[in-house]
Design a protein around this ligand. Structure first.
Ligand code: ADP
Ligand code: MG
Length: 333
C-alpha cells in the first residue's frame, strides 16, 4: 500500500498508536504499551538479561541499500543475537525511535511490519518505547529483555587454555554481501546474510542449557575483534587455523583462493551474527551431538592459549600477518 503521507500528519501519539495496533501482548506481559512503564514477569529463579543496540541512519544503515522491511527485521535480530550469546531466551522488547518529521509513512509501516514479523518468529513482544523527532536522520534503539537461570548464563570471561574455539555457520558473508550491494552486484544469499541475518537464538539457548561453552559472544564486529573480546575478558590468547575457518559456497565462489581481500572479510568482516564460543575438549562429543540435533553447522577453528596474543596460522603452521581487526566507532583502524 502507498500513502502519500509523512509523519507530520500523524504526530507522535498517532505514530505510537499505529505501532501499538500491530502488537498483541505476549506471554509474561502484565502491562504493555500505554502506561508510564511496562510490567513483565519471568519464570521463577531466572535472571533478566537486558541488552540494547542503537542503529543510526548513515552509520549503521543506508536506506538506499536496505529496504525498510529488512531493516525492521535486522534491528530486532541484532539484539536477539546478544541474548543468544548469553544463552538466554528473549521475551520482550522496547523500541525507541527518533524520526524526521518528513519520514514517509509507508517506509515506517514497512519497518514496523518487518520488526513485528521478526518478533513473532522469535516469540518476543513489544512492551513500550519512546518516540521523538530527529532533524534529518532515522535513529532506532531497541532494548531486548530475556531470561535464563543464573548458573546457565554464558559470559565472555570463562575461556580456559586448551579450550577449542568454535563458530556456528559461516563467516564473511555479510561483509561480502555489503560490498556486492554497494557495487550493484547480485547474490541473494550473500546480500540477505547482510540485510537479514538470522540470530542463533535456538543454538545459544541449547548450548547454555547443556552447559557446553566456557565463554560465548556473537559475531557483530568481526571474528578477530569479537574473539579478542573473549580473550580480554578471559585473560587468555588464541591460535586460529585459517584453513578451518568456515566459508560459504557463495563466498568461495567469489574467492576461490584466499587472497588478502577474502582474508580480511572472513577474519574482520562484521555483522555475521554467528555464535563464537569456547568449549573444553572433554565436552566436544556433547557439542557435536547437540549441533547435529539442531541441524546447525559448527566449525572448530583453533584453541585458547595460556599466553596472551592472537595468531592465525596457515596450513604449514606459518603465522599470517593480521591487519584490521574489526569495526570500532570513533577509531580509524
Ligand atoms: P511517557 O511520556 O510517560 O514516557 P510516552 O508518551 O513516551 O510516555 O509513551 C506512551 C506509551 O507508549 C508508553 O507505554 C511507551 O512505552 C509507549 N511507546 C512510546 N513510543 C513507543 C514506540 N516507538 N514503540 C512502542 N511503544 C512506544
Ligand atoms: Mg516517553
Amino acid at each position: 500500500m502507498r500513502y502519500d503521507a509523512t509523519l507530520k500528519s500523524l504526530g507522535e501519539f498517532g505514530l505510537i498508536d499505529r505501532i501499538a495496533r500491530c502488537v498483541t501482548d505476549g506471554a509474561g506481559v502484565a502491562l504493555g504499551i500505554g502506561d508510564d512503564a511496562a510490567a513483565v514477569a519471568h519464570s521463577a529463579g531466572n535472571l533478566s538479561l537486558i541488552t540494547t543496540d542503537m542503529l543510526v541512519e548513515g552509520v549503521h544503515f543506508d536506506l538506499s541499500f536496505c529496504d525498510p522491511f529488512s531493516l525492521g527485521r535486522k534491528s530486532l535480530s541484532v539484539n536477539l543475537s546478544d541474548i543468544a550469546a548469553m544463552g538466554g531466551t528473549p521475551r520482550h522488547f522496547l523500541l525507541s525511535m527518533a524520526v524526521p518529521p518528513s519520514a514517509d509513512l509507508a517506509l515506517l509501516d514497512d519497518l514496523i511490519r518487518g520488526m513485528m514479523q521478526r518478533a513473532t518468529e522469535f516469540g518476543v513482544s513489544l512492551i513500550g518505547g519512546d518516540t521523538c523527532s530527529s532533524p534529518d536522520r532515522l535513529v532506532l534503539s531497541l532494548t531486548v529483555l530475556g531470561e535464563q537461570l543464573p548458573e546457565k548464563i554464558v559470559r565472555r570471561s570463562g575461556a580456559g587454555p586448551g579450550d577449542n574455539i568454535c563458530v556456528t555457520g559461516t563467516v564473511g558473508d555479510s561483509a561480502l554481501g555489503l560490498k556486492l550491494l554497494k557495487n550493484g552486484e547480485r547474490d541473494d544469499f550473500l546480500i540477505s546474510r547482510h540485510l537479514d541475518p538470522t540470530p542463533r537464538v535456538r543454538e545459544g539457548r541449547a548450548l547454555a542449557d547443556a552447559c557446553i561453552p566456557s565463554a560465548m559472544i556473537d559475531l557483530s564486529d568481526g571474528l578477530l575483534a569479537d574473539l579478542q573480546h573473549i580473550l580480554d575478558s578471559s585473560s587468555a590468547g588464541a591460535r586460529l587455523r585459517e584453513a578451518d575457518i568456515p566459508l560459504s559456497p557463495h563466498f568461495l565462489a567469489r574467492f576461490p583462493a584466499m587472497d588478502d581481500e577474502a582474508r580480511t572479510m572472513a577474519l574482520s568482516g562484521g555483522e555475521d551474527y554467528e555464535l563464537l564460543f569456547t568449549v573444553p575438549p572433554i565436552r566436544m562429543p556433547d557439542l557435536f551431538s547437540l549441533m547435529q540435533e539442531l541441524g546447525t553447522p559448527v566449525a572448530v577453528i583453533g584453541s585458547v592459549t595460556e599466553t596472551n596474543g592472537l595468531s592465525v596460522v596457515d596450513t604449514d603452521g606459518n603465522q599470517l600477518p593480521l591487519r584490521k581487526k574489526g569495526f570500532n566507532h570513533f577509531s580509524e583502524s
